[in-house]
Design a protein around this ligand. Structure first.
Ligand code: ADP
Ligand code: ASP
Ligand code: MG
Length: 402
């Protein structure tokens, strides 16, 4: 008998028929005596639908109220799954965030789980399945909060940690983690096992099959994860620490995201402190700067500074820059039709020439690189958005992943 956290994503609970199917997966686990906590997402598309309602009321809908609205999606699936289990004669009960409670801290729509009370649920697991909503919690003031898009993965991992579960299985609409998004790159291959570090890098640069903060928690507390399909019995991908992982390939995966925008300040004074003056107010306003490039401009006295930020932060960033009287520049330009393409692989550390091969491959496909950033096991470039899939396919091929 083991204690398992099983998380079912939006597509897995996308219709009532699928919820019946999920109930059958859980039934099999109960029949062999396992203790089960099921974490559910909202039905596929629901969170976006709710978000669009809020935008119809006000483009900048107040965030406390947004959390009340968005959290309702998971409440629906929680109840339906508990009902579907009872229909199969499996004892089950749903527990909403405030009933447990799942305590969070941080700002609305982007909170973090800091504690989960286990007492009531742990006792209940001896007799039935606990069904818990992903993506949400309550603050110490008793307000409903959400923990960021894709956050049900983070709920599942936090529950696995606090309840000391033996396994945490992420059931989704693909049968594992692939070398690239299998829905966009059909030649992508399934990865049987992957280290936390590589998964963390891949998810933070666009492989949304796992949410990055969930992987980070799993890595910190050494919680093994398995990503697998709700719709087939095939073995999934195991995510765990580095031992026993073969790094014969320099690159493990290629990911992309279209979440970034690029800003260039043209003709900035070239003297000490200028970069600090540009980025200080951005930092104060929680605007995360990712890549930065500085060039001496043609007049040799000034410099051009290019940096990337989240696309959602573009309007606010430009307002902050324009209001910043500590900096002088000739012009400001932006481009939000860009994509970030990244290669990730622990094998990069020991393989020379990966950077060159990436740049050569992009050049051969006539793809211009607008910005670059690197970490030990990741290399990212910003390119024109319309070349996204060409770039991903090319890199997938040249790094022998097809
Ligand atoms: P869920 O609703 O179950 O949480 P998500 O839509 O968040 O599912 O994540 C699953 C999706 O992630 C897949 O349908 C796939 O299109 C996408 N994806 C992106 N990159 C990868 C990858 N490297 N491997 C597998 N899936 C990926
Ligand atoms: N329903 C939320 C979302 O769509 C959380 C999740 O599915 O993980 O982002
Ligand atoms: Mg997801």
């Amino acid at each position: 008998m083991v204690k398992k956290v099983l998380k079912f994503g939006g597509t897995s609970v996308g219709t009532t028929q699928r919820i019946h199917h999920v109930a059958n997966i859980i039934k099999k686990e109960r029949e062999i005596g396992n203790k089960i906590i099921a974490v559910v997402s909202a039905m596929a598309g629901k969170t976006n639908e709710l978000l669009s309602y809020s935008k119809n009321i006000d483009e900048n809908f107040e965030k406390r109220e947004l959390d009340v609205l968005l959290s309702s999606g998971e409440q629906v699936t929680c109840s339906l799954l508990a009902g579907a289990l009872m229909k199969l004669n499996i004892e089950a009960k749903s527990w909403l965030n405030w009933q447990i409670p799942i305590l969070t801290e941080g700002e609305h729509t982007n909170s973090r789980i800091i504690n989960i009370n286990i007492n009531k649920i742990d006792e209940y697991l001896n007799k039935g399945v606990a069904v818990v909503p992903g993506f949400q919690g309550i603050s110490k003031d008793g307000d409903i909060t959400t923990i960021g898009r894709g956050g049900s993965d983070a709920t599942a991992v936090a529950i696995a940690k606090i309840f000391k579960a033996d396994t945490c299985e992420i059931y989704t609409d693909v049968d594992g983690v692939y070398s690239s998004d299998p829905n966009k790159i059909p030649v992508a291959k399934k990865i049987d096992k992957i280290s936390y570090d590589e998964m963390l890098e891949l998810s933070s640069v666009g492989a949304k099959v796992m949410q990055s903060s969930a992987v980070q928690t799993a890595m910190m507390y050494d919680i093994p994860l398995e990503v697998r399909s709700t719709f087939t019995d095939r073995k999934g991908t195991k995510i765990f620490s580095q031992e026993n992982i073969d790094y014969s390939k320099s690159v493990t995966g290629v990911a992309y995201s279209k979440d970034d925008a690029k800003i260039t300040l043209i003709g900035v004074e070239d003297k000490p402190g200028v970069a600090a003056n540009i980025f200080e107010p951005l930092n104060k306003n929680q605007i995360n700067v990712d890549m930065v490039i500085q060039n001496i401009s043609s007049d040799q006295n000034t410099t051009d500074i290019t940096f990337t930020i989240k696309r959602d932060d573009l309007v606010k960033t430009k307002e902050i820059l324009k209001a910043n009287n500590k900096i002088k520049y000739k012009n400001i330009s932006h481009n939000d039709k860009v994509a970030k393409i990244s290669i990730v692989g622990a094998g990069m550390v020991s393989t020379p020439g990966v950077t060159y091969r990436m740049f050569r491959g992009l050049a051969d496909s006539n793809i211009n690189i607008l910005a670059i950033s690197t970490s030990e096991i990741k290399l990212s470039v910003i390119i024109d958005e319309e070349k996204t899939l060409d770039a991903v396919k090319k890199l997938h091929t040249i790094f022998d992943l097809d």
